[in-house]
Design a protein. Sequence first.
Length: 285
Amino acid sequence: MKGEQDFTTWEDAVIWLRNQPDRRQLVLDAFYDDPLIAAAERYFASTEWQAVSNILQNRTGKALDVGAGRGIASYALARIGFEVTALEPDPSAVVGTAAIRDLAAEACLPIEVVEEFSERLPFADGTFDVVFARAVLHHMRDLDGACREMFRVLRPGGMLIAAREHVISNETHLEAFLDQHPLHHLYGGEHAFLLDRYIGALKAAGFAAIEVLAPLKSPINLFPYTIETLRTAVVERLTSKIPVKPLWCAALASKSVFMSLLSMAERFDHRPGRLYSFVCNKAES
């Protein structure tokens, strides 16, 4: 039987993970379960995607899903009316381009699949109205080059959404992040950058406006938690320390109060690998 360190492909690692009964929730949270169309529909219904969809409101046209993986975001983009191109280097039938093609065919959605790496986009300048990159930038060997390429293929007035990017507060936190990451030990490939490193690369690429979505403020970063499940988790954690659950429930019952507490907590949030998202606009010509 293979050990957790022996995998030569991400497909092998995911197949092994799916066969571990104690990892079932992790598989579901990562949308690695089958049937794929059910996983894609669950992503489409998630609070994460609903927040993305709100950002994309009133935008139409061509969308590029960079590092598309199994195609769950490509599916969601196509469901809301975009003409989608899914870019993914892995040909896998479980976690790569073959999976995306099967998903598109089963769902009868217009998704073009291109097998290529994110650092070199085989598209003309100004091809896309939207570029969507879910958990992609932190994998980049050439972060600056990847951001330049995403900027290049956007039309003037286009938007890049770089979602769920791992951030560290200093370089010494990287090892701690990788050690506690639930998937890195299976196949490797995870990474994280300083927040300023992401912002600097996006600015240098040419984006005119960059909105930074902080870890505890956006449903995009909170998933698989929602505000409600996070509040429940906080109540349970507080109760384990001071066992007066009704008091904690009453104190945090108001959503506005809880959101205010989360906002204050942002200043003290230095968790290695916490998630940020970036909404970047290319200026009109």
